[in-house]
Design a protein around this ligand. Structure first.
Ligand code: GLP
Length: 260
């Protein structure tokens, strides 16, 4: 994994957006994997800015979200379908017909999950996957002890995740108990992964994911097996990494031809 530690959330968003933009410029029909949560918002804002200034065209882009709550109607403001529309589809001017979110209200959830994986495969697979990480190490909604080779499926949300996400709902009990999420195996199929994290509450999860053993206890640690994963962090999220100096040194001395 490449670990890049930057000073501010704005710098993190700018650099991660540059990676996504480069993928789209090289392949205008790129498939982009979208994450919800507050961590990637600066990426979307930066990409929207580039589109506005005609520095980037997303006309051919297709996008797949990671996850969705079960039982929350699509029109609910906190459904991930709504969040993705508000934060990504509309600001970037993506064609809504090219943006896919798992169906958390399907009668047959298992079949819907299988169709979702099949749709990603039919689109040619994800070229670049944007990720955040939960305080408990989850990526997507793959909670601790998720199978490292799981595919899109139904999951029960961890109590900590429900508490963390309660801020988006009127009452803690309104947070759904279940979700559908791309599996860790699904996420690992992406050709490139960019994970962004900010703040001290993410420090233990980042330390486990980067320097801990690969273990379902910290689902993010599966990225150690990914051939092209970049983690872009602020100092607070990187605070518990023991090799912090090495990561700074590596990035400062990155050969020009390797920069993006
Ligand atoms: C959510 C999402 C994840 C996200 C994580 C962190 O529950 N399912 O995709 O990465 O939690 O969210 P945030 O970036 O707001 O801290």
């Amino acid at each position: 994994m490449e670990i890049i530690i930057l000073a501010t959330p704005a710098e993190i968003g700018e650099l991660a957006a540059r990676k996504v933009a480069r993928t789209i410029q090289q392949k205008p029909t790129a498939v982009v994997g979208l994450a919800t949560g507050s961590s990637p918002l600066a990426i979307y804002a930066e990409l929207a800015d580039q589109v506005r200034h005609r520095a980037l065209s997303v006309a051919g882009v297709r996008a797949f979200a990671l996850d969705e709550y079960v039982g929350l109607p699509v029109e609910h403001p906190q459904s991930y379908a709504s969040v993705i529309r508000r934060e990504v589809t509309e600001p970037l001017g993506l064609d809504p017909a090219h943006v896919f979110v798992p169906d958390g209200c399907a009668k047959d959830l298992e079949a819907a999950c299988q169709r979702y994986d099949a749709a990603i495969a039919a689109a040619g697979g994800v070229d670049i996957q944007i990720l955040g990480i939960g305080a408990n190490g989850h990526i997507g909604f793959n909670e601790p002890t998720s199978s490292l080779s799981s595919r899109t499926r139904l999951k029960t949300l961890a109590l900590q995740t429900r508490a963390d996400n309660a801020r988006f709902f009127d009452r803690p009990d309104d947070v759904p108990t279940h979700c559908v999420t791309q599996g860790l195996g699904t996420i690992m199929d992406a050709r490139e992964v960019v994970l962004v994290a900010q703040g001290t509450e993410k420090a233990p999860a980042i330390a486990s994911a980067v320097e801990g053993p690969v273990s379902a206890r910290c689902p993010g640690s599966v990225l150690q097996f990914h051939p092209h994963a970049t983690l872009i962090l602020d100092e607070a999220a990187a605070a518990q990494l023991t090799l912090r100096d090495y990561y700074h040194h590596t990035y400062a001395n990155k050969p020009d031809w390797q920069r993006f």
